[in-house]
Design a protein around this ligand. Structure first.
Ligand SMILES: [Zn+2]
Length: 303
């Protein structure tokens, strides 16, 4: 599943679209989009006016100008890539050269992009396509900003994994929990809670815990503040290294121009079960933690 660095890479790849006008829209006939079709079609004629990221969500802003009274109206989309969602930007000329008539109809587009869910044709001769094989992603329209920022999965996000000003004190407070009793939950589970740290998933959790020499099963209340500060630093370092590498491409994730990210080449423990630790040569272990997998070196990361 794309984590903060992958979603940020996608966002940066889409920023060139700001200012583009949406001339034509196609929405997949997949049942998950039945309720969204009408709202998505309301974006026709709008200008993509902003694109931001909150944790693993993209937030799109569209500006519509009423032809009659010249009033400006804004619409917003809350977009999650789910497990397999990818955005691609195509040049319309490519399809013209292949002899297709533009805009492509639903069936022809599906032949070109089998798992497409949404396609926006812009006035800059581009087609922006959201494809999602497993359909766990979402693209939901909101008519005001407040309701997006009040949405339950966004309204109380912890410090962002990529933030250069990552608030370590806030992170420690959230790991410990808001009550006076420190959380006894395992740190490997806590790091997957976006209300503790946002943009962190299974990959960067395992990598940051290794880099801070903390075993994923350690209960949070057994970890000192200084060790948690070290963990916060590792989270930031590993996430920004991932961003520099344009994310990790293990299965479906690609950049908007169709390339793989390269962060998988920097993994020290993730996806390295039974391979020797780069530090001490002990074999890397993989185990189930909750319903997710964790990787660690049992020698470098002692309980
Ligand atoms: Zn080791």
């Amino acid at each position: 599943m794309p984590e903060g660095p992958e979603v940020e890479t996608v966002k940066q790849g889409l920023l060139s679209l700001i200012g583009s006008k949406i001339d034509h829209i196609l929405v997949s006939k997949h049942k998950k989009y039945n309720n969204e079709v009408k709202a998505i079609h309301n974006l026709q004629g709008s200008i993509i006016s902003n694109l931001t990221r909150a944790g693993k969500f993209l937030i799109w802003e569209f500006e519509l100008i009423n032809k009659r009274n010249k009033n400006h109206q804004f619409l917003y989309a809350l977009n999650h890539l789910g497990m397999t969602g990818v955005w691609r930007i195509f040049n319309q000329q490519k399809w013209l050269k292949l002899g297709f008539k533009l805009p492509l109809d639903h069936e022809t587009l599906e032949m070109q992009e089998k798992h497409y869910k949404i396609a926006f044709y812009t006035n800059n001769h581009e087609v922006i396509v959201f494809s999602d094989v497993r359909t766990f992603g979402r693209f939901s329209i909101f008519d005001n900003k407040e309701s997006i920022y009040n949405y339950h999965a966004i309204k109380d996000l912890g410090p962002d994994i990529l933030d250069v000003n990552f608030d370590r004190k806030e992170f420690i407070a959230r790991v410990r929990g808001k009550t006076s009793t420190p959380k006894r939950k395992e740190i490997g589970k806590i790091l997957l809670d976006s209300n503790v740290v946002s943009g962190c998933g299974n990959i960067y959790k395992s990598e940051a815990l290794f880099r801070s020499k903390i075993h994923p099963l350690t209960p949070a209340n057994k970890i000192s503040d200084s060790k948690l500060t070290q963990l916060a630093d590792s989270l930031g370092k590993v996430a920004n290294l991932a961003l520099k590498n344009k994310g990790s491409s293990l299965r479906n994730y690609n950049t908007v121009d169709g390339y793989n990210g390269l962060m998988q080449n920097e993994f020290l423990v993730y996806d390295r079960e039974n391979l020797p630790c780069f530090t001490c040569k002990t074999l890397i272990e993989k185990f189930k933690q909750g319903d997710r997998s964790s990787y660690c070196c049992p020698n470098c990361q002692k309980m």
